[in-house]
Write a protein that binds this ligand. Structure first.
Ligand SMILES: [Zn+2]
Length: 849
């Protein structure tokens, strides 16, 4: 059932639910087209809530029976739920509903994936399972009985009893319904065990379909490492006897932190050297950690309402990036996070979808699982930690867990904890949660009589619904180098609170070279005109790895800008300065690989737009290609030596050391391919014994237009592996020349194995089309049209994934009038589709506003 008139929900309208739920008993009798769900729920009037009518959420449910205290009742049913007269005191609510998981392609609530039953209830999926107050501030203990022939039947908490055709689970920890989970299927497990620091043994399992059990070992080790890390760093111990992870092929998101029963997109947990790349391994490690860390930051302390989503997500993303920094290289992780922030969050914050880290209204909460809530939310925590210092951060977190364990909390609660633990006033800092947009920071310098002064100015451009902006609290990490390259002032955090503010350093014998915004200490756009000599100086001497990388990025941006707008040639002075870093064998190969990456074409389009130049995707593509060719030619003698140096001879291991070498070797291979047309890449493809080497070779062959043999061989080798074939689908569209992108994507959708109802497969093709910048923005509009056709089709089955993918149009106003008109027409075509979902309607409306 579709919702004809979407309603806007406001943070300011929050009201507590009129009842508390003492406990929930569910009996779920599984059947693909007629699952019966019986609920028994004890409601008790909530003394802290205003009087209200009794309303339970429920969507797409067939009510069989409802009763209060054993007496049958006939509630009023609406598309959103039911209303009913209830006694004034405590009462027992019973209901029985029927649902059809086999027909649920939205993948919310209870659905089927390759014959197994599974659930996804965040944010509002539980209302598709039974009638319930489906809101995060209603917390209850759950007892669940599952009936069915499946060999394995799982739910939250601990197993309590089982018999032929049934199993019972009890979760002693009160939780909101969005953390409910149920899985049933003929699954096999990869078992493990963890002993907590207080000596309790926890049974661990990763459940998969038969045939996948050899791809669980890495995930299991990552889980144990996460459990240990959270004890050591945050003092958080696991609180049940068992922890289950299940891999599911059809899943809208990466993974879900259901209490004691995490459900994962199989692409985010299954791993083997033959089928997964180094990047897959790192991502799996991070996602397993992320979901596990939610047990405390999300489950034990949850959100009062969905406006507070960043309370659990910003903090948990911050925690998982700390974990990855500890497991691997902190410097490389920081640079990678900033690349990701600029690629996904900055465009969001600078376009029509801009919203605060804590939004103030929404129509469909699923549309707010965004880079702003997650990644900018994590940046805000990072700034807070930088401002208060590590010790006070730890103190505040201890107080947070102590004070709010078992609560459904708010951002106000979170900030009050910091104020109480540190004595700091965070009233101004709170703006980071309410003010949208990316601040721009400019800086001028002055040196006289041994005193060096930096004067900063900040301003945030207007964003939808917010024309006036106030100054933010900005932690600006600064270091100073003397002209010899020695550091004379080590990293110091300046706390900027005004629109314009100066900071002085005295006792300097000569004018220093500043290294500003070290470690990207605040998520801002730094605007500073500096001579290329100074950038090259920082590239050579900065002790801060992030700013060393950033200096090179700035030079690359300036070079590409001149190539695009003035037809200039490549900046050979930069290429030579970069060479010194790339060939420095004392540096981490992963860092050197990052130094070789160029700004994305989308980032360049954003930069041009910000400088008042209309970006031409074809010109951006041509300049990027020309620069890469120039790098390859200038380093023609160096490249073979670098590849030799980065060769790995030991048995495959996905750890930081080997994967760094492979990243460097493969970045070099991409340049080599420009000189040899794919000879070296073909040789690497033929010799590859792991997916990292095989896939990067294939990528090079595709860019060179020499992929025919390898592409067929890859398909023959991997046609039965769904996850590997996703890579095959994706790469052909992402790595091909722009003029082929839409045609290739379209041809792939004609294949029998283009299972578009599977979100991974859909994203492999359509997400990659959007990533091929000049291909997606083809002048004839073919890229836009193809994507719009498919979004319209997908929306009928899976509104959530369709809506999320609409965001690829978020930058449409950057481009020339012809492209704008083409994109606008496609957006309007989507909007005009009869029966369009609430999810996509909201997204398209915001994009067009
Ligand atoms: Zn999360």
């Amino acid at each position: 059932m579709k919702d004809a008139s979407p309603q806007t929900i406001y943070l300011k309208d929050y009201t507590p639910f009129g009842w508390q739920v003492a406990d929930v008993h569910l009996t779920v009798a599984l059947a693909p087209n007629a699952t019966r769900v019986k609920s028994r729920i004890h409601f008790v009037p909530n003394p802290n809530a205003p009087e209200q009518e009794f309303f339970l959420h429920g969507e797409e449910l067939k009510l069989i029976r409802a009763a209060i205290d054993g007496e049958e009742v006939a509630p009023e049913i609406t598309p959103q739920g039911l209303r009913c007269k209830v006694p004034s005191g405590p009462f027992l609510w019973e209901s029985e509903v029927e649902i059809a998981p086999a027909e649920n392609f939205a993948l919310e609530g209870l659905y089927m994936s390759n014959g197994m039953y599974c659930t996804q209830c965040e944010a509002e999926g539980f209302r598709k399972i039974t009638y319930y107050p489906d809101r995060p501030d209603v917390m209850a203990t759950f007892t669940v009985r599952i009936e069915g022939d499946e060999a394995v039947k799982l739910s939250n908490g601990n197993p309590t009893d089982s018999g032929e055709g049934w199993a019972e689970w009890h979760d002693p920890w009160p939780k909101p319904a969005y953390l409910f989970a149920l899985v049933a299927g003929d699954l096999v497990n990869h078992p493990g065990e963890f002993t907590t620091r207080s000596g309790k043994t926890v049974e661990l399992n990763i459940w998969v379909r038969p045939g996948d059990e050899d791809k669980c070992a890495f995930g299991m080790e990552a889980l144990k490492a996460s459990m240990k890390w959270d004890e050591e760093v945050y003092g958080r111990e696991y609180d049940l006897d068992i922890f289950n992870i299940v891999a599911v092929d059809d899943f809208n998101m990466g993974a879900m932190e259901n209490k004691g029963l995490n459900i994962f997109n199989s692409s985010c947990v299954l791993a083997s050297p033959e089928t997964s790349t180094d990047a897959n391994f790192e991502r799996i490690e991070a996602i397993i950690a992320h979901e596990y860390f939610h047990n405390w930051t999300g489950n034990r302390i949850t959100c009062r309402d969905w406006f507070q989503l960043c309370l659990k997500e910003g903090l948990t993303v911050f925690r998982d990036s700390q974990f990855t920094s500890d497991m691997r290289s902190a410097e490389v992780k920081r640079i990678s996070d900033v690349i990701d922030l600029r690629a996904r969050q900055f465009p969001e914050d600078q376009g029509p979808l801009s919203h605060p880290v804590r939004p103030e209204s929404f129509q469909e909460i699923n549309n707010f699982y965004t880079a702003t809530v997650y990644e900018k939310g994590a940046e805000v925590i990072g700034m807070l930690k930088r401002l208060v210092g590590d010790e006070d951060y730890a103190k505040a977190l201890d107080l947070y867990f102590e004070r709010h364990d078992g609560d459904a909390a708010t951002i106000e609660d979170w900030l009050t904890v910091f104020e109480d633990a540190t004595g700091r006033d965070l009233a101004q800092f709170k703006r980071w949660y309410s003010q949208s947009g990316t601040p721009h920071l400019s800086v001028t310098e002055d040196y006289a009589d041994g005193v060096y002064t930096l004067t900063f100015k900040q301003h945030t451009p207007p964003t939808p619904g917010q024309s006036e902006k106030a100054p933010q609290v900005l932690p600006i990490a600064v270091g100073l180098l003397n002209p010899n390259g020695d550091e004379v002032v080590p990293t110091t955090v300046l706390e900027m609170t005004e629109a314009e503010q100066s900071f002085s350093f005295d006792g300097l014998s000569s004018k220093p070279v500043p290294s500003i915004l070290r470690g990207f200490s605040a998520p801002v756009v730094l605007e500073r005109e500096t001579a290329p000599e100074e950038k090259r100086f920082l590239l050579a001497h900065d002790t801060d790895a992030f700013n060393r990388w950033e200096a090179s990025r700035d030079l690359a941006r300036a070079c590409l800008y001149a190539m695009i707008t003035e037809g200039a040639g490549p900046d050979t002075a930069w290429i030579d300065a970069l060479e010194q870093v790339v060939r420095d064998a004392d540096l981490d190969p992963a860092f050197r690989a990052l130094m070789l990456s160029l700004p994305t074409q989308s980032e360049l389009a954003q930069m041009l737009h910000a400088r008042g130049v209309t970006p031409d995707p074809d010109a951006i593509y041509a300049a990027t290609e020309a620069l890469k060719n120039a790098m390859a030619e200038r380093w023609s003698a160096l490249l073979p030596a670098l590849r030799e140096e980065s060769a790995v001879t030991a048995a495959y291991s996905p750890g930081a050391e080997q994967s760094g070498k492979r990243a460097l070797g493969n970045a070099v291979l991409a340049l080599q391919t420009r000189l040899d047309g794919g000879k070296a890449a073909q040789a690497q493809y033929d010799a590859a014994d792991n997916m990292t080497m095989q896939l990067s070779a294939l990528s090079c062959l595709i860019s060179a237009g020499a992929e025919e043999t390898a592409l067929a061989a890859f398909e023959a080798q991997w046609k039965d592996d769904r996850l590997v074939m996703d890579k095959w689908f994706a790469l052909q569209v992402a790595a091909t020349a722009p003029e082929n992108a839409a045609t290739r994507a379209s041809a792939l959708t004609e294949r029998a194995d283009f299972d578009w109802k599977n979100p991974n497969r859909f994203r492999a093709v359509m997400g990659s089309l959007a990533m091929n910048h000049a291909g997606f923005h083809a002048k004839d509009g073919s890229g836009y049209k193809l994507l719009a056709d498919w979004l319209i089709k997908l929306d009928e089955k899976n509104p959530q994934t369709a809506a999320r993918m609409c965001s690829v149009f978020q930058t449409w106003k950057r481009y020339d009038t012809q492209r704008q008109a083409l994109m606008q027409a496609e957006l309007e075509r989507i909007a005009a589709k009869p029966g369009l979902s609430r999810d996509v309607t909201e997204m398209v409306t915001r994009l067009l506003s």
